[in-house]
Write a protein that binds this ligand. Structure first.
Ligand SMILES: C[S@@+](CC[C@H](N)C(=O)[O-])C[C@H]1O[C@@H](n2cnc3c(N)ncnc32)[C@H](O)[C@@H]1O
Length: 235
């Protein structure tokens, strides 16, 4: 079975990895940051409004916060469109990788600070079973989660479908360099559709260079809250 994460809980609420010396999400406003960096950074709402089907890829599933935030945003957009004349929102596929999966209790606890997501969190936790390494497929109506339990560098070789929008959400590149390596950035480029985009909270110079040498065009933009920079990119 996959190795467990090494967790401590800050204020008995926010999970922090002692292996990587970093928190899974920002303590005060992790959900807002997810929306700003990953959902807006990949222009997901606009793309859904144009009727595009967007397969999302993520490095580092962690607590599932990004997955639930994307699912909620997709649901909100689908509801908006059923009450208007717009095109129908296509189904959502989310593909993610996790080497050190949280157990069911930790997952439920880590998702408890987000009342907006509680219904979806409950559905995810109910289906959460760490039975084997490799690919798991969880279906939630029109939303499908493919989750690889193991090292992303291995899983990406058998990714079930090409990616349109990447959420690059490893821990701090200083403590988790493997998830930002040149080889892995090349693999995500190779696993992308021609119009693929990416977003990340980090703007570390060597991460940008790894993405650029893989073939992505990278732009810096204002980071979330008090953070100076984040990056977006396109293939
Ligand atoms: C910042 S956390 C991700 C937070 C997550 N996106 C969320 O919504 O909660 C980074 C995650 O990457 C995972 N990770 C680190 N190295 C990895 C690797 N080589 N392959 C797959 N996952 C890895 C960590 O275990 C951790 O769960």
């Amino acid at each position: 079975m996959a190795k467990p994460p090494e967790l401590v809980w800050l204020d008995n609420l926010t999970p922090k990895s002692t292996r990587f010396d970093d928190t899974y999400y920002t303590r005060e406003n992790g959900l807002e940051e997810t929306r700003y960096v990953f959902i807006d950074g990949n222009r997901l709402i606009e793309r859904w409004r144009e009727g595009q089907s967007v397969t999302i890829g993520e490095l580092g599933f962690g607590t599932g916060l990004n997955f639930l935030a994307a699912w909620q945003a997709w649901l909100d957009e689908a509801k908006r469109q059923t009450t208007s004349q717009d095109v129908e929102v296509p189904s959502l596929t989310f593909i993610s990788f996790e080497k050190y999966p949280l157990n069911k209790d930790s997952l439920a606890k880590a998702l408890s600070p987000w009342p907006d997501l509680s219904e979806l969190a409950h559905k995810l936790v109910e289906e959460w079973q760490l039975t084997h390494e490799g690919w798991l497929k969880l279906r939630f109506g029109s939303v499908t989660l493919h989750l690889y339990l193991g090292d992303a560098a291995d899983g990406i070789r058998t990714i079930p479908s090409p990616i349109d929008a990447w959420f690059l959400d490893g821990f701090n590149p200083k403590t988790n360099p493997d998830l930002w390596s040149e080889a892995l950035m090349q693999s995500i480029y190779d696993a992308s559709n021609p119009q693929a985009t990416l977003a990340s909270y980090t703007a570390a110079g060597w991460v940008r260079r790894n993405l650029q040498s893989a073939g992505f065009s990278i732009a810096k933009r204002k980071g979330f809250g008090h953070k100076r920079d984040m990056i977006t990119g396109s293939r």
